[in-house]
Design a binder for this molecule. Structure first.
Ligand SMILES: Cc1ncc(COP(=O)(O)O)c(C=O)c1O
Length: 440
């Protein structure tokens, strides 16, 4: 049978507006991730033969960061054992129990198993939190730059309360920034170690926020106002460097446990982004409702991978060794990249600096090239021009903080080291030195 070619018929829809096509307001309001748009553009250039060091994607390349062999074997074994049917909606019990153990051993927090919801990566837990807590118009408070909170606000018609941050606070918000919005906010979204900045929120500052939330909820309880929550995205919590300390608000102020949703998973600390195993840890009543929401989306992690993850998390020594390995490898790259930036500043006298890496897989780089003239006579007037100059003249691809909803953070860029080698981080030095020497 000759298949009916539908391409022409369907291409006519391209010329019609979303309204004409009857798309929902939600569908029309969503915009693609700016980070991915830049990353795909770089990928296309590389595919077309450009020599580019790609520091854009927050992913790990399997060549640089191969999957833990024990995890790979465990996934294969689960498949061989016939584990190919639906997982239970909240996740397989072995994995939920293993996550409880992980939090007990490494965070000294003993959660009941009903606090743990397994999902297809960390994203569904973030989306699920928004969907379970936000009514249209509810306020969500977060600092910018921020990883995707603007998109989740759009998705749920939340009113974003965006607080611009600067390098002087390592791009974090504090208790005093939140206080003016305390009585009207529904959700405070925090992420540490932070994407895109690679910085870690100091436990003392986190404790102040947690105490304030507990106090505010006591006040709300007396007047029947809806609860205030903290979405605590600590997907990178096992990746910190040079003695930098990470803490959960619940460790610091246990009384805030009923109001905190931890966002977590395998993706980053285990360099296993494609396996799609994440989890949320929070108050059981909320996690139960989130289970229903995610069930209707089928946002589960695949069953064989859940079983495999459980078997790995149960082996404390294997987890220790692997996390140490990922920390060493990411730390070495970030330090090499940071040293490259220092060298470029010293060699060329250009205004380029980096914030010392503290956690995650990112380096914040500040580049002030405004007013400089490229070899082709074009003057650099904004971040787009800087980005284009780096791509054209140095073959180095970064993401501007604008991609993280922070147009105020002019001159700041994120470099991600998960897909490059240490040698490539060192090579950035030579590439930038060469390119910068051609600026006038
Ligand atoms: C801060 C942060 N939270 C959540 C995620 C999503 O993780 P996952 O790939 O497990 O959905 C990412 C991914 O880049 C991230 O950077």
């Amino acid at each position: 049978m000759t298949p009916y070619d539908l391409s022409t018929l369907l291409s006519s829809t391209d010329t019609q507006s979303g309204d004409q096509r009857g798309f929902s307001r939600l569908a029309q309001s969503m915009i693609p991730s700016e980070i991915l748009t830049i990353a795909y553009d770089v990928r296309d250039r590389i595919a077309a033969g450009a020599d580019i060091l790609n520091l854009t994607v927050g992913d790990f390349s399997p060549q640089e960061f191969p999957l833990l062999p024990e995890l790979q074997d465990a996934v294969k074994k689960a498949l061989d054992d016939g584990q190919s049917n639906y997982p239970p909606a909240p996740g397989v019990l072995e994995l939920r129990t293993a996550v409880c153990e992980l939090y007990s051993q490494r965070l000294a927090l003993r959660y009941p198993v009903d606090s743990v919801l397994i999902a297809g990566g960390a994203r569904p837990i973030i989306a699920g939190t928004y969907l379970c807590l936000i009514n249209p118009g509810d306020q969500v408070v977060y600092g910018i730059p921020s990883w995707n909170n603007d998109h989740y606000c759009r998705m749920t018609q939340a009113t974003p309360v965006e607080i611009p941050t600067t390098e002087t606070t390592n791009f974090f918000i504090f208790r005093e920034n939140i206080r003016p919005h305390l009585q009207t906010a529904r959700l405070i979204a925090l992420n540490t170690p932070q994407n895109p900045t690679g910085t870690v929120l100091h436990p003392k500052d986190l404790q102040e926020i947690a105490e304030m939330v507990v106090e505010e909820n006591l006040r709300r309880a007396t007047c029947g106002q809806r609860t205030l929550y903290i979405l605590f995205d600590h997907i990178y919590w096992l990746l910190t460097f040079d003695g930098v300390e990470h803490a959960s608000p619940v460790q610091l102020v246990p009384e805030c446990a009923p109001y905190v949703i931890h966002v977590d998973g395998l993706s980053k600390a285990f360099a296993a982004t494609g396996l799609r195993v994440g989890w949320g840890v929070g108050p059981p009543d909320l996690m139960k409702r989130m289970t229903s929401v995610l069930t209707h989306m089928g946002a589960w992690a695949p069953r064989p991978e859940q079983i495999a993850t459980a078997s790995i998390l149960q082996k404390s020594a294997v987890v220790d060794r692997h996390i140490q390995h990922i920390c060493n490898e990411t730390g070495v790259r970030l330090r090499a990249l940071s040293a490259s930036i220092d060298n470029v500043r010293e060699t060329t006298g250009q205004n380029i600096t980096a914030i010392a890496p503290e956690g995650a897989i990112y380096l914040s780089i500040h580049l002030d090239l405004l007013g400089k003239v490229r070899p082709d006579g074009k003057t650099i007037t904004n971040d787009e021009d800087t980005l284009a100059f780096l791509l054209d003249e140095a073959g180095v691809a970064l993401v501007p903080f604008r991609g993280f909803g922070a147009p105020n953070a002019q001159g700041w860029f994120r470099a991600s080291v998960g897909t490059v080698s240490r040698a490539q981080c060192e090579e950035v030095r030579d590439r930038l030195n060469r390119a910068f020497s051609r600026l006038t």
